[in-house]
Design a protein around this ligand. Structure first.
Ligand SMILES: C[S@@+](CC[C@H](N)C(=O)[O-])C[C@H]1O[C@@H](n2cnc3c(N)ncnc32)[C@H](O)[C@@H]1O
Length: 478
């Protein structure tokens, strides 16, 4: 409902109005007029005040000059003389008809009065009865939202009364048709995006199962609670001439005890330095804020992979990844992509996953234990790229390395795979899921059995999933 406007007209100018009792208007504008004659001389005017409320007052020529316009709901603006006590008036000649008039302030009608006293309307969305914001904020702070959203629909009872009618179960043929349609759509999207990925689908039904619930992505998907460092905190180098100088580029880290720059890549080879493969350091690449931009030879992973990948079925370890081309030692394979989650959400998802696709982003350069606990996790189960199909081997041919592009962001960086040795076309690409494995460790109860088949196989993939590694002694004694 709109608030009625109240016009307060300026009183300094005389305005001619019709000779009729001013009435409140009902179109939302309320003009209530107090009429006094034009002041010809002070005496005359005084006379007019004395005749206030006189019923005999008639306009002479049908027009009055308005000196005052007031609102019924606002304090009436009167001349100070109007508040004076009536004085004993001398007898005045009645001709000509005096031009004085009384102040006419019409009382608003009952209906208008109600209209003016409008209470704020209460609706079903009123914060008084449904405090949405506070409830939602509380739920988010209690981390309830993600759980509720991911609840299994099939476990939620139907509220509709279906009577005794049995719910039709989809047949295997129906499911296969749905999966096939989904896979066909997914592959068509991939093809349209110009991908070079090949699928060796000899176990078509299994592949349908895996691929129908998976989407290929080009970059991380950040989920609730995950934030990048704001753009303004990131910086680039200012190497002159468009190509970085490895002795001076600001993007490169320095060795701990010397001023020497750590150069991760071989010049013009798009491959890691052989000695860098054995290091645990983060790789810092140039980025779009650097003066060198795309031509820089430090931008290796950002230019993408250099071979044609194939997803195939391994037989005993689900799907795996291999290459149609030979790969050289140090060559970039691809990033491990997926949804980036908070640890809490990752723990929750891990309970739900039999096969793990979770990867912690816990390579924090500064060894501050407080910061180390505060890391994100990448989940490649539903969204990812070809590396999501890479299996574990106790004698792997690839290695994962952290790559930083936004240097100010210690928490969101890329996990990049590089070839540990020359890999001939067709050989499965693998990496060690648990590189920190201590050979003296006993096989953990519940550990996933390793089927890599290597002569030096350790017998297990990882102790028992990612969460186990984060357990405190207190958890174990509980
Ligand atoms: C990141 S996925 C790899 C792709 C997976 N094979 C698929 O079909 O989607 C990791 C899972 O693959 C299986 N896996 C990988 N390497 C394995 C190995 N050496 N032995 C047994 N299972 C393995 C495990 O089930 C593990 O949880």
């Amino acid at each position: 409902m709109s608030t009625p406007f109240i016009n307060f007209i300026d009183l300094t100018e005389d305005v001619e109005v019709e000779n009729e009792t001013p009435a409140p208007q009902t179109n939302g504008f309320i003009n209530v007029k107090s009429l006094t004659p034009p002041i010809e001389n002070p005496e005359k005017n005084e006379n007019s005040e004395k005749s206030e409320n006189s019923e005999n007052i008639q306009p002479e020529n049908g027009t009055f000059s308005t000196n005052l316009v007031v609102s019924p709901s606002l304090p009436i603006k009167r001349k100070s003389s109007e508040y004076e006590q009536p004085r004993a008036s001398p007898v005045l000649p009645r001709t000509p008809t005096p031009k004085s008039v009384s102040v006419v302030v019409p009382t608003p009608s009952l209906s208008l009065d109600q209209y003016l006293k409008v209470e704020p309307e209460l609706t079903g969305l009123s914060e008084t009865f449904y405090p949405t914001k506070s409830v939602q904020q509380a739920e988010v702070s209690m981390r309830r939202y993600p759980r509720q959203r991911t609840s299994k629909r099939s476990f939620v009872p139907l509220s509709a009364n279906l009577g005794d009618r049995p719910r039709p179960e989809p047949s295997n043929e129906d499911l296969e048709t749905i999966q096939r349609a989904s896979l066909t759509r997914g592959l068509a999207r991939l093809e349209a995006s110009g991908t070079d990925i090949r699928f060796n689908i000899d176990k078509e039904n299994l592949f349908l199962l895996a691929a129908s619930n998976f989407g290929f992505i080009q970059d991380y998907i950040l989920r609730e609670g995950v934030e990048r460092v704001p753009e303004e905190f990131n910086a680039g180098c200012e190497c002159p001439g468009g190509v970085c100088d490895p002795t001076r580029c600001n993007c490169l880290m320095e060795e701990e005890h010397t001023d020497e720059k750590i150069v991760p890549y071989q010049l013009n080879k798009r491959a890691l330095q052989p000695d860098f493969l054995g290091r645990t350091s983060m790789i810092y690449e140039c980025n779009h804020r650097c003066s060198c931009q795309a031509r820089c030879w430090f931008n290796v992973t950002q230019r993408g992979r250099n071979f044609q990948p194939e997803i195939f079925h391994t037989g005993n370890r689900g799907f795996g990844l291999r290459s149609f081309d030979n790969i050289q030692v140090g060559e970039f394979i691809d990033y491990y992509l997926g949804e980036v989650l908070t640890q809490e959400e990752a723990n929750y998802r891990e309970d739900d996953q039999q096969v793990s696709y979770l990867f912690s982003l816990d390579f924090i350069p500064e060894q501050d234990s407080a910061t180390q606990k505060d890391y994100y996790v990448v989940d490649g189960r539903k969204f990812g790229n070809v590396t999501r199909f890479m299996n574990h081997s106790c004698n792997p041919n690839c290695k994962i390395k952290p790559v930083s592009i936004d240097h100010a962001d210690d928490h969101i960086y890329y996990l990049a795979f590089f070839a540990l040795r020359d890999i001939p076309a067709g050989e499965e690409l693998t990496f060690d899921y648990n590189p920190g494995f201590n050979k003296k460790e006993k096989k953990a109860a519940g550990a996933v059995k390793c089927l890599c088949g290597d002569a030096k196989c350790r017998g297990q993939l990882w102790p028992n999933a990612r969460k186990q590694q984060n357990r405190s002694p207190a958890d174990d004694s509980a």
